[in-house]
Design a protein around this ligand. Structure first.
Ligand code: DGL
Length: 262
């Protein structure tokens, strides 16, 4: 089976990695929209347009299931994607919420991009189950990860700056509502000892079990819309080994326009 995964950039490779760990035989096609990252500070309309174009590209590659690895796209565009494509569409929000609710006394923190927090997507689902939710956008985490700054004084200070308030709120669970944040998980966990840190990337891989069979030739194709700075080294950091990136080299809207004409 062929599964398509997209994200605004490289961060969604944390989701690809979690899926690969569970499903060795699936064929995976990944698209990172590195030419237009970040999505996290854009309007809902723009996030929806970009998401439709990413999905269109993956469908043109023959994928039978779509995984929206990007939390921003999941929280803003999932319904539109489900309406427009005749394949199962999995986002990261519902699985993350499900995992968070498995074991909590009801005080849950959510961190994500500005767009994800503004959408209230995590908040609404969690509150439906009676949880008390504290959300915070942590926009500087994304450039830290993109720069490969995963440990040391600078990321430690940024983690403390954003997360201090969660210590005071007495949360017992924190959802990492952004593809990039699992790469800062160690620092986040050290800063909030005793808090259960929920990684949506693992949660979506678990969810996929109800949709796919572990069948295929186990191939992975990685596409990006731009050869961004540090691309190769980030791929290696996130995937744990060097990987071949294919660069589309043209605007994604033109790629999907051409596919829809052919
Ligand atoms: N992939 C985005 C997310 O998970 C983070 C990076 C961005 O802002 O595009 O929300």
């Amino acid at each position: 089976m062929k599964v398509g995964i997209f994200d605004s950039g490289v961060g969604g490779l944390t989701v690809l990695r979690a899926i690969r760990e569970r499903f060795s035989n699936l064929d995976l096609v990944y698209l990172g929209d590195t030419a237009r990252v970040p999505y996290g500070n854009r309007s809902r309309e723009t996030v929806i347009r970009y998401s439709l174009e990413c999905a269109e590209f993956l469908i043109s590659k023959g994928v039978e299931v779509l995984v929206v690895a990007c939390n921003t796209a999941s929280s803003q565009a999932i319904d539109v994607l489900r309406e427009n494509f005749p394949v199962p569409v999995l986002g990261v929000v519902e699985p993350g919420v499900k995992k968070a609710l498995e074991s909590t006394s009801g005080r849950i923190g959510v961190i994500g991009t500005q767009a994800t927090v503004r959408s209230g997507a995590y908040q609404k689902l969690l509150e439906r189950s009676g949880a008390e939710v504290f959300s915070k956008a942590c926009p500087l985490f994304v450039p830290l990860v993109e720069e490969g700054l995963l440990e040391g004084e600078i990321p430690e200070k940024v983690v403390a700056m954003y997360l201090q308030e969660f210590k005071e709120k007495g949360i017992d669970t924190l959802i990492l509502g952004c593809t990039h944040y699992p790469l800062l998980k160690k620092l986040i966990q050290e800063f909030l000892p005793g808090v259960r840190v929920v990684d949506s990337s693992e949660a979506v891989a678990v969810e996929l079990e109800s949709v796919v069979k572990n069948e295929g030739s186990g191939e992975t194709e990685l596409y990006f819309t731009d050869r961004s700075q540090n691309l190769e080294s980030l791929l290696e950091i996130i995937l744990g080994e060097p990987a071949k990136a294919r660069i589309l080299g043209e605007d994604l809207s033109r790629v999907s326009e051409r596919n829809s004409l052919s």
